[in-house]
Design a protein around this ligand. Sequence first.
Ligand SMILES: [Zn+2]
Length: 146
Amino acid sequence: MCPLCERLAAPDPFRLATFDHCVVILGDNQGCPGWCTLVLRRHVEHLDELGHDQQQAIFGEVARVARAVRACFPASGAGGGPVRINYECLGNVVGHVHWHVVPRHADDPTPKATVWGWTPEALRGTMTRDERVALAGRLGASLTRP
Ligand SMILES: [Zn+2]
């Protein structure tokens, strides 16, 4: 069974929103606070298997998550919000279309590189469960605001 299909089928305290195409989850890795993952609601392995309209709609959902992340971190970067947001649709580990929305904050240790060279501990970050729950509440509220 696909681990993302399994995750979508189970109750998840870190599910932030359910959009038309994707479910938004606060990522297990919070080394970059606010890291969210959008998981396509149905099992499709490759983005290019989807129709053009679906691809566009999914990217609209990805951008909507990025806006919510910026709203939740208004003071991280010089211009407000994360200095940069990385968007990644990889599928190398789990072959089910999903997007990582990775805010790169002003204190990012490697701002010119992707996060995938970080140690597992650095990726996971130091946020406590209570802090993750609080952040999920703020992001969820921001995502469902019209
Ligand atoms: Zn799947």
